[in-house]
Design a protein around this ligand. Structure first.
Ligand code: ZN
Length: 245
């Protein structure tokens, strides 16, 4: 069933016509329309700002990424896997101290629509929240479901726990076969960039040198176009930890 056109228009508010190809359509857009203020693919306003988000870390690549973001003065948001925080937790404190923010991307990248809701909550969400709490003293307020897949029932449950679901509006495409060169990744982002975009990039999944080069180029080009970089939490107006008052 298609949503009323009005709903679609407001979600894709600033996206240039014909630039929708990078958005994983259907369920993500439907859920963003249905759960206003809970599910996001982009920021809610019309500011010339955007967020870089890095999924699937931390990894052996995160340190180089932090060096780059520090050099360029960028605050980003990391959607880390609980499993990888256990392995690369030494980097976590540095990322927090440097002003980056964090979201829950599950424990081990499970597809939330393929396992029971109890399993998602216990083995994926809460388990990762606990690891964040033990490692950084925070419990993220934002969740990015692996593959962008989540059931409505789970959205409602997470909403009840005070959490928000953060999808993305621009996919760097760094996992797409044939797209893994720095130029292709950067071009794909720059061709789709828009006000209050949430940009999805991966941390350490493939060759990081291309990603690093691409991120540098994306930041430089976006700044030339007048964009400011903010964390996802700033973009959507979410607090950084459930443990905050
Ligand atoms: Zn992922």
């Amino acid at each position: 069933m298609r949503l009323p056109v009005r709903e679609y228009k407001s979600i894709q508010k600033m996206r240039p016509e014909g630039k929708f190809a990078c958005i994983p359509a259907t369920s993500i857009e439907r859920q963003t329309a249905r759960y206003r203020g809970v599910c996001y693919i982009e920021g809610p306003c019309f500011g010339k700002r955007l967020s870089l988000t890095f999924d699937d870390g931390p990894s052996g690549f995160t340190e180089i990424l932090l060096d780059l973001l520090g050099e360029l003065g960028i605050k980003a948001t990391f959607f880390w896997l609980g499993r990888n925080i256990e392995e690369f937790g030494a980097l976590a404190g540095r990322a927090l101290a440097e002003g980056h923010t964090f979201g829950n991307h599950s424990f081990d990248h499970a597809d939330f629509t393929k396992i029971s809701i109890n399993e998602v909550l216990c083995e994926q969400i809460r388990r990762t929240q606990l690891i964040y709490r033990e490692t950084l003293g925070i419990e993220p307020t934002v969740v990015r479901p692996p593959f962008g897949k989540i059931t409505d029932e789970l959205v409602e449950t997470l909403k009840g726990m005070g959490m928000k679901i953060v999808f993305w509006s621009v996919d760097a495409g760094d996992l797409i076969a044939g797209n893994k060169s720095a130029d292709r990744i950067a071009n794909r982002v720059m061709n789709n960039i828009h006000e209050e975009a949430i940009v999805l990039i991966h941390d350490g999944v493939y060759d990081s040198r291309d990603t690093i080069k691409a991120v540098r180029s994306i930041i430089t080009n976006c700044r030339d176009r007048g964009y400011q970089f903010v964390t996802v939490h700033d973009l959507i107006g979410a607090k950084e930890s459930l443990l905050q008052g």
